[in-house]
Design a protein around this ligand. Structure first.
Ligand code: FCB
Length: 464
């Protein structure tokens, strides 16, 4: 797809003094936002007809979640939605990315729709619009209806059709109101952490299954885009990938080979089919019998034009042919997740993708960091998180100045929430959540982000 054909551009406003490229949202030159996902914040897991998702069931299994917690209450966002929208508005954040819980709107993943569930999202979208906040919807942020898992989940090709139906129904109801629709969040995580390492729901441990799942996720993305466009959906449609540039641990031949392999499994396995319509040959060879079954027409279906590509960036990867004896992160600046802070990786990643692929407009849909925040009175001085965000915005800006077409940036996350297998032990929010009282408290990083967004964006220069 040509870089300039972008339906976001229709609505561009002119803010000629900005260092960020002109584009997208109805009112601004560059989208600044904040992200969440349904399972991580909503709670109300048994209310108003919601069905079980694979994460509800995974949490009930022994020793799957670090603090033995679950998503039953989470941030109680289902009941506090208006308060949370008010907070986004008070922080003057113009865009909000959230996901729809498939089992809340279709408890079994097929058949009957749950009107109560749709009403919740309708109220959320209306409240956002009322406050002047653009809603960006993700259809699948990992919470497959358990009833589909019972029939084989994403390994079963039938799930692809169910997803396309679900996508069509959401688009039919909401596409005239929301700013964009993302099909999948991070298919690599769903496939690999969910089905190869088994660290995430549904906890399967099989490379063959994982690769089949990855293929079906991509296929469901492509078929959903095709169907939505046939149904005359006009808003930008895309997918969000988690990506990290991989660097060799040493200059050895073995480490360089491992880099190529890791890069293939994490980046090219998703980018190549989406943009070029084929899987990378070196990875197909490496997988051998574990390569997925691909039916005629699948690759063309996956390679639909993308209105945008979302990238989630947290850290880089280091490829080492022989596992290091000490932690690879020794001596490095790390977050509470143990992830290295490496802003340069974001620049390198964006520049590399731009070199290797014909990219649609890029949005950084998630970037942020977990730290052990301690409230001090009514403030949370999360200096490190603020620094993290500043430095990554600067790294993104550097990529833009090198010619990469980046149009937006979303912080992960609006508020502390259920961090998957880490439970509530990791805080990524720019708003602190006291889980005992559900009291929300904006951290210093939130106040910084507000001031940054509301300042003349050209002042972004100062953070370099
Ligand atoms: C990403 C997920 C998001 C959150 C962050 C920390 O992989 O998309 O839900 O857990 O990591």
């Amino acid at each position: 797809m040509a870089k300039t054909t972008n339906i976001f551009m229709k609505n561009q406003a002119t803010e000629s003094n900005s260092n960020f490229p002109q584009s997208l949202d109805k009112r601004s030159s560059f989208v600044w936002g904040v992200s969440t996902s349904a399972f991580q914040i909503e709670g109300a897991s048994l209310e108003e007809g919601r069905g079980d998702s694979i994460w509800d069931v995974f949490c009930r299994q022994k020793d799957t979640i670090k603090d033995h917690s679950n998503g039953d209450v989470a941030c109680d966002h289902y009941h506090r939605m208006q308060e949370d929208v008010n907070l986004i508005a008070a922080l003057k954040i113009p865009s909000y990315r959230f996901s729809i819980s498939w089992p809340r709107v279709q408890p079994l993943g097929e058949g009957t729709w749950n009107e109560k569930g749709f009403e919740f999202y309708s109220r959320l979208i209306n409240s956002l619009i009322e406050k002047g906040i653009s809603p960006h919807v993700t259809l699948y942020h990992w919470d497959l209806p358990q009833s589909l898992q019972d029939k084989g989940g994403w390994e079963n090709r039938e799930t692809v059709n169910h997803f396309v139906n679900y996508a069509s129904e959401v688009a039919r109801r909401f596409s005239h109101k929301v700013a964009s629709i993302t099909t999948h969040n991070e298919p690599w995580v769903v496939a690999i952490l969910g089905h190869e390492s088994g660290m995430f729901a549904p906890g399967v441990k099989s490379t063959k299954t994982a690769m089949q799942v990855a293929h079906h996720l991509l296929l469901s993305h492509g078929l959903a885009l095709k169907t939505l466009r046939q149904n005359d959906v006009k808003i930008p449609l895309g997918i969000v990938l988690n990506q990290s540039p991989i660097y060799p641990a040493t200059d050895s031949e073995a480490d360089r080979k491992k880099t190529q392999l890791d890069d293939g499994l994490l980046i090219r396995w998703y980018m190549d089919p989406l943009i070029k319509g084929s899987y990378p040959q070196d990875i197909l060879t490496y997988l051998g019998e574990n390569a997925p079954d691909v039916l005629p027409g699948d690759m063309q279906a996956i390679q639909q034009p993308l209105d945008f590509l979302g990238i989630n960036y947290y850290t880089r990867g280091i490829a080492c042919a022989t596992p290091p004896t000490e932690s690879a992160n020794t001596g490095k600046e790390i977050t509470a997740m143990g992830w290295e802070v490496y802003p340069q990786g974001l620049t390198d990643l964006l520049v590399r993708l731009d070199k290797d692929y014909q990219l649609p407009p890029i949005y950084i849909m998630e970037n942020g960091a977990a730290y052990d925040d301690q409230p001090s009175g009514d403030r949370i001085h999360d200096k490190e998180r603020t620094q993290y965000i500043k430095r990554h915005i600067a790294a993104m800006q550097e990529a833009i100045s090198l010619g990469v077409n980046v149009r937006g940036y979303f912080v992960w996350s609006l508020m502390d929430n259920f961090e998957w297998a880490e439970g509530y032990t990791k805080r990524f929010g720019i708003i602190f959540v006291d889980y005992k009282t559900q009291r929300r408290l904006p951290k210093d990083s939130a106040l910084w982000y507000r001031d940054f967004i509301t300042s003349n964006i050209s002042k972004a220069q100062f953070i370099r």
